[in-house]
Design a protein around this ligand. Structure first.
Ligand code: AGP
Length: 614
């Protein structure tokens, strides 16, 4: 939800700012802007509706030698995507400029108050109030002290924010602050950097400062980064971490799009995750930071997540209940935050979040911690809010996921959830060591099975033709495959804009079957499983109504082959592991359908990679 970058140092700022925005564009891409500051303090702004490429084209006209600047790529929350609503936003005097990621919940009261005192607003955004509040503080109580002005201004805000701002009165200085939205900083010999996440900084440094909740940072052209609490008390030891992947991980590397690259990277991601995880006594998850007694006592699990990560949770429930015998409830974070919770003295909350920054999921974790539960985060992003705020963290190590539609993080999260379930099961004695070993050996086969599916991408390309004139599609499955069907439908919706509905196959006859007419595409996920025969009956039911059926089935399943219009074949896999393997076909299918419809598979409309607003 919006990406922000800032630089002040020896070099011209514009190249880094534009490159940083390109890297962060997955966070939002409806408008973009940049503010450059000359040594005299004079500010130059370029902003427009549209993508970073449109901004870069406008910037070509600039003779941009300024070595200080901030920039923004937007996902609109308040005010439509337009030139005027694009960031940066300035104060009345045009001497303060602000970029913001988050939501200022009390902006309407603040706007009314500021207008009464004579301020004029140029946009419909919530963010612009920040510039005007800083303007007032600079002219009043802060008496020109930029850091104090930012501290006073942010003390008036409610909501969430990561902010970078410039003041013409303090040339070369960038002030940053955050609450609820992420912001990382870097101090280098070339200058100081700020960004919404580490992907934008990977070219510049491997050592990053994670700005803490409520903190303020001052960036100077010497590269100095000073961190303060919100009241400007200096922070002696800011939170720092090392970036553990190289910048090339966030480039296309010869693939046509990031989605293609990330689908292809799934085998290696899982191999990385499994490395060193089987020890003498079972699964090794040293990073969980929970005592053996705490782990063994867990008697109830809440899994909370959003979107694709919520789908991981639905499958994780099966693992937690089957192996660890722990009753598990799975909730969408956005709903969970407004529901009653029933914790015991030994409740564990597992949050699953690729980005580690999803606002609803973080709010759920805080709610569970307040209720006395321990929280474990399964996340892909090192140093993310989820990782820092949880009692334990399990990194899925999938590498940066740039395409908005999650693929490799999904399968890696599934495997991470399985590891966690085996770990809990061993800790509470629910399963034997030999069973843990057997399940782990099965898990180790996942990369090889996925490679086989990847080699059959042509089946998805052919099957995609079934969607050529479709307006809608149905995805069916039973047991764990009903969740695979859900994830397949979500992928299709997200990137092809084709309506898709997933349903437990047996429930279909209670309503959705009315949708089926001749030629209507129905994807049936029917791998070898204890419910295969039942699902085949459902496949026959839609066939009988003229559907064009795309069946995901196990190699050699002659019965399904005879019934389906198109086949997506998977190698035989244990039923519990099948979601990790089968979903790869549905990712490929969604991508081919989207490409045939001329869609941008990496940056689907209206979406953002990391949803940092509730
Ligand atoms: C995935 O394809 C989606 N873009 C989306 O549903 C995503 O999974 C959701 O927003 C949760 O994100 P998180 O895993 O970063 O918390």
């Amino acid at each position: 939800m919006c990406g922000i970058v800032g630089y002040t140092g020896k070099n011209p700022a514009l190249p880094f700012l534009l490159e940083g925005l390109r890297t962060l564009e997955y966070r939002g891409y409806d408008s973009a802007g940049v503010e450059l500051e000359a040594p005299s303090g004079s500010l130059t702004e370029v902003k427009c509706k549209g993508r970073v490429a449109a901004l870069a084209a406008l910037c070509e006209k600039l003779d941009a030698t300024q070595t200080t600047g901030i920039a923004h790529t937007r996902w609109a929350t308040h005010g439509e995507p337009s030139d005027a609503n694009a960031h940066p936003h300035r104060d009345c005097s045009g001497r303060v400029a602000v970029v913001h990621n988050g939501i200022i919940e009390n902006f309407q009261e603040l706007v009314a108050e500021l207008e009464e005192r004579g301020h004029h607003f140029a946009s419909e955004t919530d963010s612009e109030v920040i510039a005007h509040l800083i303007e007032e503080a600079l002219a009043g109580p802060a008496e020109g002290d930029f850091a104090l002005a930012v501290s006073l201004a942010t003390s008036r805000l409610e909501g969430s924010w990561a902010i970078a701002c410039l003041s013409a009165a303090s040339p070369g200085e960038i002030l940053c602050c955050r609450k609820g939205s992420p912001l990382v900083l870097a101090s280098t010999p070339d200058g100081a950097y700020a960004a919404s996440d580490v992907t934008a900084l990977a070219h510049t440094t491997s050592h990053v400062v994670n700005l803490g909740e409520g903190q303020i940072a001052r960036l100077l052209p010497t590269g100095e980064v000073s961190v303060f609490e919100g009241d400007l008390t200096p922070v002696a030891e800011p939170d720092t971490f090392d970036i553990d992947w190289d910048a090339s991980a966030a480039t296309l590397g010869g693939y046509p799009d990031f989605m293609a690259k990330e689908i292809a990277e799934q085998p290696e991601a899982i191999e990385r995750l499994l490395e060193g995880r089987l020890g003498q006594d079972g699964i090794v998850l040293d990073e969980l930071r929970l005592s053996p007694e705490e782990v063994a006592a867990i008697d109830r699990i809440y899994v909370v997540a959003c979107g694709t990560s919520w789908h991981v949770g639905l499958i994780a429930k099966t693992y937690f209940e089957t192996w660890a015998r722990i009753p598990t409830t799975v909730e969408c974070a956005s709903e969970f935050n407004y529901e009653e919770i029933l914790t015991t003295d030994h409740t564990l909350c597992v949050i699953i979040t690729q980005s580690g920054e999803t606002a609803d999921t973080l709010a759920s974790a805080r709610k569970m911690q307040a209720a006395g539960a321990k929280v474990i985060a399964i996340t892909n992003v090192l140093g993310s809010s989820a990782a820092r705020e949880s009692d334990g963290v399990l990194y899925v190590q999938a590498g940066p996921e740039i395409a908005v539609a999650s693929t490799k993080a999904y399968t890696a999260q599934l495997v991470a959830a399985a590891l966690l379930a085996l770990f809990l099961a061993r800790a509470n004695g629910a399963i034997s060591l030999s069973e843990v070993r057997s399940r782990f050996r099965e898990m180790q086969r996942a990369p090889e099975l996925i490679r086989i599916v990847l080699s059959r991408a042509w089946q998805d390309e052919v099957a995609a033709q079934a969607f050529a004139s479709a307006h809608s599609a149905l995805f069916l499955g039973r047991g764990v495959s009903s969740t695979t069907a859900r994830e397949g439908a979500l992928k299709l919706k997200e990137i092809s804009y084709l309506h898709a509905e997933a349903y437990p196959a047996g429930e279909m006859k209670h309503g959705p079957i009315a949708l089926v007419e001749p030629g209507y595409p129905v994807v049936v996920v029917v791998p070898e499983s204890h419910v295969r025969d039942k699902t085949i009956s459902n496949l026959q039911e839609v066939n009988a109504r003229g559907a064009t059926t795309i069946a995901l089935a196990t190699n050699g399943d002659v019965r399904v082959a005879q019934l389906a219009s198109h086949l997506l074949l998977v190698p035989p896999a244990p039923e519990w592991l099948s979601p990790v393997v089968d979903v790869v076909h549905l990712q490929l299918l969604a991508r081919y359908v989207a490409l045939a419809r001329g869609c941008d598979v990496d940056k689907p409309r209206n979406l953002a990679k990391s949803v940092t607003v509730e």
